[in-house]
Design a protein around this ligand. Structure first.
Ligand SMILES: [Zn+2]
Length: 287
């Protein structure tokens, strides 16, 4: 597996709360969640501390053993908790948290795990696309501080890597034959917004990544963010990370073949238009 990556803080902040950790056979992407101003997190540490420790714990687990990705993440969350259980209130629901996306090459198969809003796009040799996107946070009953607090790491809500190891069991996970794979892309939402906000299909996003590399993804998202500044709600910029994992020496020409739409695990709820409209992607939804 050949891995290339780029990660960059948003232009208007001085600290990147995304992180990337790679090894000989794995790539991990993390996106720390910025707490709302004035919130008591019960933790003396900031999000960057959490993201760095979680990345280090995951690297340790993945370099020294071969547990399932679910167990690897559960162990890593426990490892981070042990580092501040004596100084911080780990029962505080606003404790710093992070998304997690992992791809691991196991030779015969490639495993993946996605927890919270850092999507993984898998492109097969036949050109078909799998989008692995844990976007449960798009379906909350509201977005006030109190509602988000109630929904975080709670059944029926959304799950993040923070102070509950059982969150690992809530991640989207799977395994695909390595020989069927062309490449994989891992993104934080600051980069995947090219598909979710700026109109690219997921297939276009992975093609751009495979053809031009991770830095071009970030260049493109900064240009698109600027173009829409003032015209859309939400942050103009975000920390952005893109990782390309290639499973062959070169990504061959391909054509899209799979046509499918997805549906969320909640009856009657549709995936957002940006995903549903990508008629050439297979969506990994909930079992
Ligand atoms: Zn702490």
């Amino acid at each position: 597996m050949l891995i290339t990556h780029a990660t960059q803080a948003a232009p208007d902040v001085d600290r990147n709360e995304d992180s990337v950790v790679t090894g000989p056979d794995f790539a991990v992407v993390l996106d720390g969640a910025t707490a709302a101003p004035g919130i008591d997190t019960g933790c003396i540490h900031d999000v960057s501390w959490l993201v760095a420790r979680l990345g280090a714990e995951l690297a340790g687990v993945l370099l020294t053993g071969s547990p399932s990705l679910t167990d690897a993440l559960g162990n890593a969350i426990e490892g981070v908790m042990a580092q501040h259980e004596d100084s911080c209130d780990l029962d505080n629901p606003d404790s710093p948290s992070s998304t997690v996306a992992i791809v691991r090459d196991r030779g015969e198969t490639v495993d993946y795990l996605a927890l919270s809003d850092s999507p993984i796009v898998l492109r097969r040799i036949d050109g078909s696309i799998d989008v692995v996107h844990d976007n449960r946070n798009d379906f909350l009953p509201g977005y006030t501080v109190e509602i988000v607090r109630q929904q975080r790491n709670a059944p029926g809500g959304f799950w993040v890597a923070s102070t509950k190891p059982e969150a690992a069991k809530e991640a989207l996970t799977g395994s695909v034959p390595r020989e069927s794979l062309d490449c994989a892309g891992l993104f934080t939402d600051g980069a995947s917004r090219l598909a979710e906000r700026h109109g690219l299909r997921w297939a276009d996003l992975i093609e751009l990544l495979a053809r031009d590399g991770p830095t071009k993804i970030i260049d493109r998202v900064r240009r698109e963010d600027e173009r829409l500044a003032g015209h859309r709600p939400g942050k103009v910029h975000d920390d952005a990370t893109a990782v390309l994992c290639r499973f062959d020496a070169a990504c061959p020409p391909w054509s899209l073949q799979v046509v499918a739409t997805g549906q969320s695990r909640w009856s009657g709820m549709r995936w957002p238009d940006s995903i549903r409209g990508d008629a050439h992607a297979t969506l990994r939804s909930w079992p």
